[in-house]
Write a protein that binds this ligand. Structure first.
Ligand code: DP6
Length: 349
């Protein structure tokens, strides 16, 4: 026999960034972070997990290519889920797995991303959230989403926020074992449905410094990072929670842009410095800043993760339409390309 579960998880975009760990193994952060989860139809991961007595080892395929499961992160997630497994019974097929027997079985895992892997679009967030959720369904795990988020966190920090839709906070927690370093939903996906997210893919090339390496180097060498994590972010988190609660776009946009720019300033303050944004990213920032200033009140927020691609959050559909017109004006696409897959490249504004 074979049992299979398939689930889909969206990616999330941090508006107050996670950057720096206090525990590398358990993936415990040095500050709280807040994100917005994209809707499921766009940037998401789809993961099928299968279990059968005929499988001799755990194996995984990512976008059709087998990848080693030896990495500690996958093993940590598998171990945690196995330890919480429940009994499984399918009378019709005569399958009965006792909870203690799951550790004798092996899994085959196939995961697909529908967006450029490792181009700074947090594909690992969707990937690990989806993996953990699929495994939990397969093994009848009874934990709630916040407990599952603590497992996804051990795959990739930002993954814990993808278990929920809407606006999500990852509370850094205090416990040494990480039990309170979990994601909680701040607002449902319907709370602020005017917002429109536009992602400008500046480059689909793999980033040079992974988030994991980059934040380790920042923790070791940036003198600004502790000040950011301990003094600046805690206040900003409270303000961002208020802005989201009140659907206050001006504050939301200001905090989002300031936090993104500060995260990249930390990257510059790292030794050797890390450059995630490129000239096109800087031009996009200028475009939005100038437009917001011209309007007198923010129409669009921008934020950049560990890569040059811009995530722009427009106030409403009207602002999104204007933004797209501006982008198309400054970065005219070749006619044969579709906008959805159009890479901006290094053009000048
Ligand atoms: C800039 O979650 O990818 O996107 O925990 O080492 O897997 P690991 O790092 P990861 O880092 C994400 C960093 C970020 C900011 C954020 O998503 O909060």
């Amino acid at each position: 026999w074979i049992l299979m579960v398939t689930t889909r998880a969206p990616t999330n975009i941090a508006v107050i960034k996670y950057w720096g760990k206090r525990d590398e193994k358990l993936i415990l952060p040095i500050n709280d972070s807040i994100s917005v989860t994209l809707d499921l139809n766009h940037l998401s991961a789809t993961t099928t997990v299968a279990v059968s007595p005929s499988f001799e080892e755990d194996r995984m395929w990512l976008n059709g290519k087998e990848i080693p499961l030896s990495g500690g992160r996958y093993q940590n997630c598998l171990r945690e889920i196995r330890s919480r497994a429940g009994d499984f019974k399918d009378e019709k097929r005569g399958i009965h797995i006792k909870k203690e027997d799951w550790c004798k079985l092996h899994f085959h895992i196939a995961s697909y991303n529908n967006f450029p892997t490792a181009a700074g679009l947090a594909s690992s967030a969707a990937g690990f959230a989806c993996l953990v959720f699929s495994l939990a369904k397969l093994m009848n795990v009874n934990d709630d989403l916040s407990q599952l988020s603590a497992i996804a966190r051990q795959g990739s920090g930002s993954a814990c926020r993808s278990l929920y839709g809407g606006f999500v906070k990852w509370a850094m927690g205090n416990d040494l074992n990480g039990s309170d370093s979990v994601a909680i939903q701040l607002a449902r996906e319907t709370h602020w449905s005017d917002l429109v997210i536009i992602i400008a893919v500046v480059s689909s090339r793999q980033k040079e410094t992974s988030s994991t390496t980059g934040m380790r180097e920042s923790v070791e060498t940036s003198t600004l990072l502790q000040h950011r994590a301990q003094v600046l972010v805690p206040g900003r988190i409270l303000q961002m929670e208020d802005a989201i609660r009140n659907r206050d776009f001006s504050s939301f946009a200001r905090l989002t842009c300031v936090d993104s720019n500060q995260f990249h300033a930390i990257c510059l303050d790292t030794n050797p410095p890390i450059f995630y944004m490129n000239d096109t990213s800087h031009k996009l920032i200028n475009l939005v800043e100038r437009w917001n200033r011209h309007e007198g009140t923010p129409q669009v927020a921008y934020t950049f993760d560990a890569g040059p691609n811009a995530v722009m959050i427009a106030k409403d559909q009207k602002a999104a339409t204007h933004l797209l017109q501006r982008l198309l004006f400054y970065f005219p696409p070749p006619p044969e390309n579709e906008m959805s897959s159009y890479v901006l490249g290094d053009k000048t504004i």
